[in-house]
Design a protein around this ligand. Sequence first.
Ligand code: G4P
Length: 535
Amino acid sequence: MNSNNNIDKNLLNQINKRRTFAIISHPDAGKTTLTEKLLLFGGAIQQAGAVKSRKVAKAATSDFMSIEQERGISVSSSVMKFTYQGYEINLLDTPGHKDFSEDTYRVLTAVDCAVMIIDNAKGVEPQTQKLMEVCRMRNTPIITFINKLDREGMEPLDLFEDIEDKLQIECVPLTWPIGMGKRFKGVYNLEKKELGIFSPGYTPKNNDGVIIDDLSDCRLDELISESQAEQLRESVELICGASDPFDMGLYLNGTQTPVFFGSAINNFGVKEMLDTFVKIAPQPGVRSTATRDVEPHENAFSGFTFKIQANMDPEHRDRIAFFRICSGKFTKGMKVKHHRIGKEIKISNATIFMAQERNNIEEAYPGDIIGIHNHGTIKIGDTFTTKEPLKFLGIPNFAPEHFRRVILKDPMKAKALQKGLTQLSEEGTIQVFRPLLGNMHIIGAVGVLQFDVTMARLKAEYNVNAGYETIDLSVARWVTCEDETILKDFKRKNESSLTMDSEDWLTFLTTSEYQLGFVMEEWPQIQFHKTREHN
Ligand code: G4P
């Protein structure tokens, strides 16, 4: 590790400027719209509509993506880099559809904070709840944006109650809305004491805000009507008395969330959120490995792969490994040690992802996500360093909730099927289980669409014609036990429910949570894990 006097100043400076985050939300809350507005502010795109058209363009040109196109969802997720007020921001996009949530979960392991969007009419929705559970595993700081204030929705305090109840995170408003729907007049910035006036379709400029230090100022009545001014005074008095002030420490450990109100489609309230975001979102920090904590400003380069995406370029059937830099500086052509396979590899062509294009890069820093061409040697969780072997933690596999038995239509293709399933499981598309008894392939996924994607990719990339049938399973748990004798006994008595997953972890599969509970009670010394680290 560095001592203070040999810290590379440029490296430190680059780390200070970096902000790496993802947007979490339930589909339709406005993630695409907000992403687009953020990219517009960052100058990464020039026109509205660009983000959606990017999705469509990709879907239209790739076999695999035709699934996405048919179903009108976004299967892929990628990274968008933009700059704002001198900050280098990496926005990691996540698939909105719940069936691809495993991908989203892993993306969340690579960020330092998240923006949560809540639809003001719907409050906390199921997908948001699940994603928050994943954020909580690493105490990821969350900034909340309550969207669609131009429509009727829940009262702000009811929304807070809903968030606090369902997500166990304390809300601290940094802006406060004035009305909603047809009566939406704008937001009052509680910190800057500035009134932002809403006008549909008009993007507020820097100097549009009106400073109103004292809410009893009668200009307020002129600007937003007497009754709404009175309502704002009452609300602000109430929240100032009832809610705790914003606390940086509580926010950074994920127990308090600053809340902004706005309307993404009208680009209203977004800039307030972004201005605060760059100030309070944490820069890349310390990351845990199996052996020690790694500081971002260490000179030795290190990082991990959190996602592998196939067919980003349909012409070449390529695969890109998304790699999060955790320490040191990346330079083009750099040689790194790929510890799992024990080989040195040269990264000659790393890509950084801008909003609409991929660019080859010369250098990158902690917090940045680089894309590395993968010819089947990189899998999720792989660590590369220029120094000692490290294994970054917290890039888990999640227990699947859906299972299918694979049916091979052409028996001559057994080997190709095996290879395809192995590679697809290494990429995180699917999880594969081999029963201790018998020789069928059971595939498991968090969302059922992953099965269709798997079959489409087996056909397109491995020339394997396969299908699947349902199987009476719905729960998987990775099994460990400190006592070898008990584990042996457990294996002997439960052989028909036990499988090995693709990384040779013993996995217990069963029909229901109820059945699982029954077995857990019977075997108190056995540990049943819902997530497991990659090898
Ligand atoms: P997602 O990525 O989270 O799934 O949401 P997306 O941004 O695609 O937004 C979902 C719908 O909500 C879109 O409407 C979008 O225009 C709308 N929306 C986003 N922000 C706001 C807002 O501030 N106010 C209102 N009223 N609507 C908003 P759509 O009809 O499904 O799609 P489109 O035809 O508008 O593209």
